[in-house]
Design a protein around this ligand. Structure first.
Ligand code: SF4
Length: 711
């Protein structure tokens, strides 16, 4: 039953999913603000959710493709026809013994999501909408600490004590790359006497708030952290009690041997941070009551596993694991399993999509998050036959987009598409939906139910958040979860013996003695109210085989990565003569990366109050040297593409770097079609052409590359 007033729910204008209050008047959404009960804040994107809700380009009926893929020609069809066609194709695929050749690509925002259940029950494969942004870090933390980290969003800034140090390594938190409450929490920690250090080649909004901005060379993070670890260990400044009690026997000595030649001076030559500054920061960290490290760009680079490894080693020797202000490990909330629980298919056995020419090299290390490029390879190899996308836009917003577009249109000798069916759930048409056989009109986050729980999420990470309908959806819209449940009832009914999404969530909530109704009565939020620090002490150890933190990774000995490689990632080293600048892609608070939601939003593309296009940031001295004036149209060329873009001269960026805001390039929708901007992804080489740049777990050079200027 919908009601007027301020209704608690969860934002989804970007993937952070902050706790918000939505003001409804006569059944119309009027306003959004943060929900203080859930520590929530609303950023400018979140507040512009009202414009998303009432966007004139919203889809309200299923569409069937009538042209060739990519042409974007459709005609309306009914839900019955669309569901019959999709279920029929999935039935056929499974009858052929190829259920694992279904991939659903979506943002894995909650482990309660019925889509996961459907894929496990049917035998399909998950390819996330954030394919590789932090997979290296997740794997690094699992290897070192034996548990899934508080990924994406560490540390818990609201717990940083006076004197604690917050290191942001390419994070862009004040661009709201994650929860809108993070900037507030950082500023409040600063007000308590904590210190903010920002490592970034770009003077970001984070840097503007920092006590110390260090304009590091791109990808120098591994060297910087290793240089600091050297200074701390070699001078006996490490946390002796943590190392003695909680680091695996023998690992500290191995680390010491490895560090012998990784002096601050040697590391300075790689990261371009003066040795005296590496030493100063190391000594500050060794003396501080806590150090938290937060990164984003650093974990999206070609050698991100090495950075994750250097990072965890640094946290371990300084004793900053699962302590206030350090790296929290998640508490688990006891939701009830919905019986019978479908077993996940063994994708190693069945042949998952790690199918490119690098399969032999990487298969044994592969992590389930895979980039867009792999979808394309899997289509070409015959390993991906049905693709369902929801809340993501692989045709635009990832490196590999051109490869993806080409693969989606490939045919066999009879003219049949290699990808036999492509289904796209959309609030409004996107670049990806132009390739779809069926486009299904989704509900917005103001119109649907979801029970949100990820044990490592920032604002509701230690609890549960309820997304609930606050306004009626247009007739004809159905949420993708509802459709997956419907498909489950048809194709694997033994696992979908419940009425609907609300009953599914009700059953999960019995683990907490709750129901959806009771959770509504609680204001839509449940939390144990604690992060339960130093859980490893109570548990008698970490989740690693030894129960201790592992600094040395013997399973990576054969590839020379048992300890971190400190060099810059390859994308920053190759072709430096032809391409003298490093392109940095960065974020602001106005846009998330997935296209239409923010790029087709009139408030967020407003030329005065929003962010309409993405000029090329160029250091004033570099512009002078290149003969470029503010506002000049220049060509930016990389080894894989080129764009024409206006120059914006600024002191905010290193002279050897250029900056482009990520995520532009969409021209679908009334607002997007009228806006400017260029796609940074057009410049980033596909991983298929640069296999040696890849990480063992699927991370590769997907946010930066070398470029040159032509004008
Ligand atoms: S960061 Fe902003 S847009 Fe993203 S979920 Fe939070 S309020 Fe919404």
């Amino acid at each position: 039953m919908l009601r007027d007033g301020w209704v608690p729910t969860m934002c989804y204008q970007c993937k952070a999913e902050c706790a918000i209050l939505a003001r409804v008047e006569d059944g119309v959404l009027k306003e959004v603000r943060g929900n203080p009960r859930g520590r929530g804040k609303a950023c400018v994107k979140g507040m512009a959710g009202v414009s998303l809700q009432y966007n004139a380009d919203r889809l309200t009926q299923p569409l069937r493709r009538v042209g060739r893929r990519g042409e974007g020609r459709f005609e309306p069809c009914g839900w019955d026809e669309a569901l019959d066609a999709i279920a029929g194709k999935l039935q056929e695929l499974r009858d052929r013994g190829e259920a694992h050749k279904l991939t659903a690509s979506f943002f894995p925002h909650s482990i309660t999501d019925p889509k996961w259940r459907f894929l496990n029950a049917y035998g399909g494969f998950i390819n996330t909408a954030l394919p590789h942004c932090d997979s290296a870090k997740i794997v690094a933390f699992i290897k070192a600490m034996g548990g899934v980290p508080n990924h994406h969003i560490p540390p818990a800034f609201f717990t940083v004590p006076k004197g604690g140090i917050m290191i942001m390594a390419g994070r862009h938190a004040f661009g709201c790359l994650d929860d809108a409450s993070v900037p507030r929490d950082i500023l409040e920690a600063k007000a308590r006497g904590a210190i903010l250090v920002v490592l970034d080649p770009l003077f970001t909004a984070d840097a503007a708030k920092a006590d110390w901005w260090i304009p590091i060379r791109p990808s120098g993070d591994t060297a910087l952290f290793t240089g600091m670890t050297h200074h701390i260990v070699m001078n006996g400044l490490h946390n002796k009690s943590f190392v003695e009690n909680w680091v695996r026997e023998g690992d500290f000595e191995r680390l010491k041997d490895y560090l012998a030649d990784k002096t601050p001076e040697a590391m300075s030559r790689i990261c371009d941070v003066p040795a005296k500054d590496i030493i100063k920061l190391a000594e500050m960290c060794a003396a501080a009551p806590s150090v938290g490290v937060d990164s984003f760009k650093g974990i999206m680079l070609g050698q991100a596993m090495d950075f994750g490894h250097a990072w965890t080693n640094f946290l371990a020797v300084t004793g900053n694991i699962d302590n206030p202000g350090g790296q929290p490990l998640p508490d688990l909330t006891p939701l009830a399993p919905v019986e019978p629980v479908p077993p996940a298919p063994n994708l190693h056995e069945r042949g998952w999509h790690r199918t490119g020419p690098d399969k032999d090299k990487f298969a044994k290390y592969s992590f389930i998050m895979e980039p867009t490029w792999y979808q394309a390879q899997a289509i070409k190899n015959g390993d991906l036959k049905v693709l369902v996308v929801a809340e993501c836009n692989p045709a635009l917003t990832e490196m590999g987009q051109e490869e993806w577009r080409s693969a989606a249109t490939m045919t066999d000798s009879k003219g049949n598409y290699l990808l036999e069916m492509l289904v796209s759930y959309e609030i409004m048409l996107s670049e990806t939906s132009r390739y779809a056989d069926y486009v299904l009109p989704d509900k917005t986050y103001f119109e649907r139910w979801e029970l949100l729980y990820m044990p490592w999420w920032y604002n509701f990470g230690q609890g549960i958040g309820l997304r609930q309908p606050v306004v009626e959806a247009p007739e004809g819209c159905r949420h993708s979860n509802e459709v997956f449940i419907e498909l489950g009832k048809r194709l694997c009914p033994e696992y979908f013996a419940f009425k609907d999404d609300v009953e599914f969530y009700d059953r999960q909530l019995t683990g907490l003695g709750l129901s959806v109704k009771k959770l509504q009565d609680l204001g839509g939020l449940w939390s144990p109210g604690t992060l339960g620090f130093r859980k490893y002490e109570k548990a008698g150890g970490f989740g690693t085989p030894s129960g201790k933190v592992h600094l040395y990774w013997e399973d990576l000995e054969e590839v020379g990565q048992a300890l971190p490689r400190v060099d810059l990632a390859p994308e920053y080293r190759v072709d430096a003569e032809q391409y003298p600048y490093v392109l940095l892609s960065y974020r602001t608070i106005f846009h998330q990366g997935s296209g239409q939601w923010t790029h087709n939003n009139p408030q967020l593309r407003d030329p005065v109050g929003g962010f309409r296009d993405n000029p090329l940031l160029i250091n004033t001295a570099t512009a002078r040297k290149e003969g470029i004036k503010d506002g000049d149209l220049v060509t930016l060329r990389s080894r894989s593409g080129q764009v024409r873009v206006r120059a914006k001269c600024t002191e905010r960026i290193r002279p050897d770097c250029l900056g482009l805001h990520h995520g532009f390039g969409s021209s679908i929708g009334r607002v997007a079609a009228g806006g400017g901007g260029v796609s940074d992804n057009a410049l980033i080489p596909d991983s298929g052409t640069t296999l040696d740049w890849q990480d063992l777990v699927g991370g590769e050079s997907h946010v930066s590359t070398r470029v040159r200027l032509e004008h």
